[in-house]
Design a protein around this ligand. Structure first.
Ligand code: ADP
Ligand code: MG
Length: 218
């Protein structure tokens, strides 16, 4: 499904250039669950953002189902993201003025999908937050916010789910229940790539990638 060829990413600052990734080659097959590990600053988020078409690589090619995504124009690049990718952001990025239900419904509205209720309810249920549907995100616990962010990422039925430290702020019991949700998604045949610092979390994925100084050491 995914093939990265010799991917590099340089962030150009005023005085310094940061070589966040270099020479990254990677293939991910449909239905895999992959953990990305590495120390802080090693390039994990940059890799995830490139996979999620949030960031353009400086060099190299990114093939998704055979199409080189890096060659798409702006409009098609956005279209590609909307069609194929869902993100669980590290800091959730929920909208506090909207209810949990409305947050989860948002990706369906953005895609112009008319039949929404059934889907929203399905993923609220799967993530165990049906009872919180009417609440605002700012009165939820960390684990509940995380569930809401995951439900929102799942609702649009994209093939690829990307999650940046989805258990980073959670205690071990909540971590376990979040991982069960990911295992459930994975068993539905969807492809999951998640970043984690936690070896226990990584070991529950099908494959572990390790990044050191912007280089992939599998
Ligand atoms: P990780 O997620 O493993 O902590 P990142 O991918 O966030 O690593 O960052 C890799 C390197 O790139 C770090 O040195 C970081 O400071 C730098 N970096 C990340 N994002 C940016 C950015 N938008 N602008 C400049 N430098 C960045
Ligand atoms: Mg990061």
């Amino acid at each position: 499904m995914i093939k990265l060829e010799n991917i590099g990413k340089i962030y150009y600052g005023k005085k310094v250039e940061t070589h966040a990734l270099s020479g990254v080659n990677l293939e991910i097959e449909r239905g895999e669950s992959v953990a990305v590990t590495g120390t802080s600053g090693s390039g994990k988020t940059t890799l995830l953002n490139i996979l999620g078409a949030m960031v353009h690589p400086t060099s190299g090619a990114y093939f998704y189902n055979g199409t080189d995504v890096t060659k798409l124009g702006k409009k098609k690049f956005h279209q590609f993201r909307k069609e194929h990718i869902s993100f669980v952001f590290q800091h959730f990025e929920l909208m506090d003025n909207y209810s949990v239900y409305e947050n989860v419904e948002m990706p369906l509205l953005a895609r112009g999908i008319k039949k929404r209720k059934e889907k929203v309810e399905k993923y609220l249920e799967l993530t165990g937050i049906s009872g919180l549907a009417g609440k605002k995100p700012n009165c939820l616990s960390g684990g509940e916010k995380q569930r809401c962010a995951i439900a929102r990422a799942l609702v649009a039925d994209t093939d690829l789910i990307l999650a940046d430290e989805p258990t980073g702020a959670l205690d071990s019991r909540t971590t376990d229940s979040i991982l069960k949700v990911f295992e459930e998604i994975h068993s539905m045949g969807r492809t999951v790539v998640l970043i984690t610092h936690d070896q226990n979390v990584a070991s529950r994925c099908g494959r572990i990638l390790h990044i050191e100084d912007g280089k992939l050491v599998e």
